[in-house]
Design a protein around this ligand. Structure first.
Ligand SMILES: [Ca+2]
Ligand SMILES: [Ca+2]
Ligand SMILES: [Ca+2]
Ligand SMILES: [Ca+2]
Length: 322
């Protein structure tokens, strides 16, 4: 079978050369509801903007500003929260913020994107947000993890989503720590194949049992830290598997990291477990100094941290066969 060739198309540029120069958020949604998916990007601090899909090859993607931002963490997304047919943007704050917010899409009126706070929590930093029906009743909820309190929360979209903050925010679980690190990664999918969605959060998945806010928790991937998660039918049997990739261990000063595996529900065994030895070095993380856990670890093990951060460029760990 021929290997498809790729063509690079430059969409645009969002230069956020601020104190925390990093674009943390990118996602795709049809923000102007013209039938063509658009792209939006945000800096951690600076600007958030979306790029309008021109629809024709060779035409320019025009940049539209959403707003000036600060403390934007990874993991934001688009969803039409107010039901007007235009996707809105949800964002979580980073280690400096205790807020999850949404930006209301003004549509063709050309007005500004208004920011409203959805939630304030006891802890800061929200790496991931997901939206879906997690209770099987057809009502859509927002789910988010909060690293500062090591907790997972959910709230159904209220009748009037412009209220701030939203009512009925409930905690699904706390103590979401793996190997001493707050968990990351979030996905909504039908894990057990019963036709209703569950939540995958870090190394655990959660099934809604019923009111009042009763959940089953299942750990399926012990030893994987700071994960990025995807759910897809990897083996083609019509059932979804869960794919985990360790994302941020080096930011937290951990030398291991880079394990990648997929996990098959229903067999009683993890579908794939990385058996490669832990990597001795971690890639340089230029942004690491801003994360609290690293600062704490760096104070305890300053020389070890320096050595880790200098080691880079090793081959990635092999994926064990299923
Ligand atoms: Ca569009
Ligand atoms: Ca909307
Ligand atoms: Ca299910
Ligand atoms: Ca499958």
């Amino acid at each position: 079978m021929p290997v498809p060739a790729y063509e690079r198309v430059v969409i645009g540029e969002l230069d956020n050369s601020t104190a925390c120069s990093m674009n943390t958020l990118i996602s795709v949604a049809d923000l102007d509801a013209d039938g063509r998916p658009d792209v939006f990007v945000s800096g951690r601090d600076g600007l958030m903007a979306w790029f309008r899909n021109p629809g024709e090859p060779g035409q320019a993607w025009t940049r539209q500003q959403i707003g000036e931002v600060s403390c934007i963490e990874c993991g934001g997304m688009a969803f039409d929260l107010d039901g007007d047919g235009l996707p809105d943007v949800l964002t979580g704050g980073d280690w400096r913020s205790d807020e999850v917010a949404w930006w209301r899409n003004p549509g063709h009126s050309g007005g500004r994107w208004e920011r409203r706070v959805l939630f304030r929590t006891p802890g800061k930093q929200f790496h991931d947000i997901a939206v879906g029906d997690i209770t099987g009743d057809g009502r859509v909820s927002v789910v988010f993890g909060n690293q500062g309190s090591a907790s997972l929360f959910w709230a159904p979209i209220p009748e009037d989503p412009t209220v701030s903050p939203w009512p009925d925010v409930q905690r699904i679980a706390d103590g979401l720590i793996e190997d001493g690190l707050p968990e990351e990664g979030l996905c909504i999918a039908d894990i057990d194949g019963d036709g209703r969605n569950e939540i995958v959060a870090g190394t655990r998945w959660f099934r809604y049992v019923g009111a009042p806010n009763v959940w089953e928790a299942h750990n399926f991937a012990s030893g994987y830290v700071t994960t990025v998660i995807a759910v897809a039918d990897v083996d083609g049997d019509g059932r979804p598997e869960t794919v985990l990739s360790e994302g941020d261990p080096c930011i937290y000063g951990h030398p291991e990291g880079g394990k990648l595996g997929w996990f098959k529900p229903g067999t009683g065994h993890p579908g794939s477990v990385d058996r490669a030895p832990p990597r001795r070095g971690a890639a340089r993380c230029p942004f690491a100094a801003g994360r609290r856990p690293l600062r704490r670890r760096a104070q305890r093990h300053p020389r070890r941290r320096d050595r880790r951060c200098e080691q880079a460029g090793r081959e990635p760990a092999a994926l064990a066969p299923v």
